[in-house]
Each structure stands twice: as structure tokens, then as C-alpha cells.
Design a binder for this molecule. Structure first.
Ligand SMILES: Nc1nc2c(ncn2[C@@H]2O[C@H](COP(=O)(O)OP(=O)(O)OP(=O)(O)O)[C@@H](O)[C@H]2O)c(=O)[nH]1
Ligand SMILES: [Mg+2]
Length: 300
């Protein structure tokens, strides 16, 4: 299955909600009431107030300029407006790359890392997983299973080991072996948030020290089913460690996939990958046009 079909499939619930919403409000008058209802449909998909206002303004203008009449034309125009808001550049992963993956507990960090390792390996890269979540023994076991599925090397230590020194060892061996991409798993929860952020900042310094020339990116994983709360997670982690991008998981389990648009609008952070299921192949590189089409449920 191609990436487009995967994104499309993952957005099925959101698309059904948006398409049904539009079908129930559509009338050919394009009056104020119609636009108010359209606003409600978009906000219900978690697109966010600011982005929704931009989309509505854009639609209002083009409905007149392009003489839009049918529901299908309206939806196509909607796809275009959303795609414009989502357009972003994700950097090519040049060697060597270090990715630190952060996020609150349960959002899908470890699972996404496993899937990403597979995706990059399929792309011909040598990948190293670093089991930086030493807070729970089960976390290391879980990442080990993923390393076996994706057939990539893993560096790990016992539960309770210091994550920063584990990362130091892992990256030192990565340099020696000439591996191309390291993906570092981190804890989602420590005794408190301050400890967690201090730990992430410590790992951060170690990466800078061992591999100052690496292409180092910090990715926040957020769970699409959490709704508006995801926005405060973005804000918090962005302030604490400075993020480069987002991995949005569990798109398959929600009708609120529009959260991506709200995040882009509020933080101007690009989405790099989306998770559309629990299997090895269920992580897809983000693409604005496909995502926008999937969100509205039309395949161009
Ligand atoms: N349906 C679906 N489930 C997902 C997706 N990504 C992750 N999950 C599930 O979400 C649950 C939590 O995933 P983990 O990868 O363990 O999350 P985590 O962020 O590493 O959690 P902690 O290590 O506890 O902080 C698991 O049951 C995953 O299978 C996705 O894209 N779709
Ligand atoms: Mg985990």
C-alpha cells in the first residue's frame, strides 16, 4: 500500500466526520449561516479556531472568485486551503543523524521509533536504537522487540541506568561503526516533570558533545486522540528542549486528525511522520497535500 492510501486510511474517521458535517450543512446559498456551520464542522475536527478562521476567509473569497457551486467543488477548495496551511519542509536526513524522541507517557514513542527504524532501514539506512527510557525495565524490553522486528542494532543497559551516559556510549559506538541514524527513546514520565526535563536536557548536552556535527533533531510524539491537550504538550516540550518536528500517532483511532492544522498554525512546527496503526508498516512520512485530501475524504 502506498503512503497516500495509508494516510487516507488513517484519516477515515476524521474524513467521515468532516464529509458528513459538510453534507448536512451544504446549501447552495453560501450565506452567513452556512459559513458558521462550516466553522463548527472544522472546529469539531480539532482544526483550531485560528486556522479555521483563515480557511473560512479563504473559502469565502474563492467561492465568489471561482464561482463554486457544488458540494464537491467546495470540498476540493477546502482541501486546497488546508494543504496551503500545512505546507512544510522536513529536512532530508543527512548522515549522521541523531533523532531524540520525546513525549508524555503512552503517546506512542517506543512504537513509533520501532516503525521509523523499519522505514529508514527500508530506505537503505543503517539504524541504531538507543534505549534511553531506563525508568522502567519493560521499556527496554519493548524497544528490544522492535529492534528485532526492524532488524536493527540496539544499545541498552539495565533499568535505572543513567540515560545520558547510555546515550554517550551508544553514540560513541555509532561513530566507531559508522552507522547513519541513531534514534533515542526517552522516558515519558519520571517522578516529576522537572526531573524529566532535566534528564532530556542532559541527554541533549551529551549528543552535542559526542556528535557536534551530527544532524540532530528533536521530535515530539503526540497522540491524535488526546485533542486540545496535545497543544499544551507541544508548548511545554518546545519550551523545555526546543523541538524540530512532530510525530502524530493514533490517527487511525480518532475523528480529530485536524489537530495537525492547529499545531502548524500555533507553533509553526512541521509534522514529520504520522502513525496509522500498531504494525511495523504503520508509520508514514507526512505530506501536506495527501493529508489535506484525506482530512476531507476526497482522493483528488
Ligand atoms: N492504533 C494505534 N495505536 C498506536 C499507534 N502508535 C502507538 N500505538 C499504541 O499506543 C500504545 C502506547 O505506545 P508506546 O509506544 O508504548 O508509547 P510510549 O510513548 O513509548 O509510552 P511510555 O514508554 O509509557 O511513555 C501501544 O499500545 C501502541 O501499540 C498508532 O499509530 N495507532
Ligand atoms: Mg515507551
Amino acid at each position: 500500500m502506498g503512503f497516500f492510501q495509508k494516510i487516507f486510511g488513517g484519516l477515515k474517521k476524521t474524513a467521515a466526520a468532516v464529509a458528513n458535517g459538510i453534507a448536512s450543512i451544504f446549501n447552495k446559498t453560501f450565506d452567513d449561516e452556512f459559513y458558521e456551520d462550516l466553522e463548527t464542522v472544522l472546529i469539531s475536527a480539532d482544526i483550531g479556531v485560528a486556522a479555521t478562521e483563515k480557511i473560512i476567509a479563504d473559502i469565502k473569497q474563492t467561492v465568489k472568485a471561482e464561482k463554486i457551486k457544488t458540494e464537491e467543488e467546495l470540498k476540493q477548495r477546502l482541501v486546497q486551503s488546508i494543504a496551503e496551511l500545512l505546507e512544510n519542509e522536513t529536512p532530508a536526513l543527512e548522515d549522521p543523524t541523531v533523532l531524540m524522541v520525546v513525549g508524555v507517557n503512552g503517546v506512542g514513542k517506543t512504537t513509533s521509533i520501532g516503525k521509523l527504524a523499519h522505514l529508514l532501514k527500508e530506505d537503505g539506512k543503517s539504524v541504531l536504537l538507543v534505549a534511553g527510557d531506563t525508568f522502567r525495565a519493560a521499556a527496554t524490553e519493548q524497544l528490544t522487540e522492535w529492534s528485532e522486528r526492524a532488524k536493527v542494532r540496539i544499545v541498552k543497559q539495565g533499568a535505572g541506568a543513567d540515560p545520558a551516559s547510555l546515550v554517550f556510549d551508544a553514540l560513541t559506538s555509532m561513530k566507531a561503526k559508522g552507522e547513519q541514524v541513531a534514534i533515542v527513546d526517552t522516558a515519558g514520565r519520571l517522578h516529576n516533570k522537572v526531573n524529566l526535563m532535566a534528564e532530556l536536557q542532559k541527554i541533549d548536552r551529551v549528543v552535542g558533545k559526542v556528535m557536534p556535527d551530527a544532524n540532530y533533531h528533536k521530535l515530539l510524539v503526540i497522540d491524535a486522540t488526546t485533542g486540545g491537550n496535545a497543544l499544551s504538550q507541544v508548548e511545554y516540550f518546545h519550551e523545555a528542549v526546543g523541538l524540530d518536528g512532530i510525530i502524530l500517532t493514533k490517527l487511525d483511532g480518532t475523528a480529530k486528525g485536524g489537530i495537525v492544522v492547529a499545531i502548524k498554525q500555533q507553533f509553526d512546527l512541521p509534522v514529520w511522520y504520522v502513525g496509522v496503526g500498531e504494525q511495523l508498516n504503520d508509520l508514514v512520512p507526512f505530506d501536506a497535500a495527501s493529508f489535506a485530501a484525506g482530512l476531507v475524504g476526497i482522493a483528488d
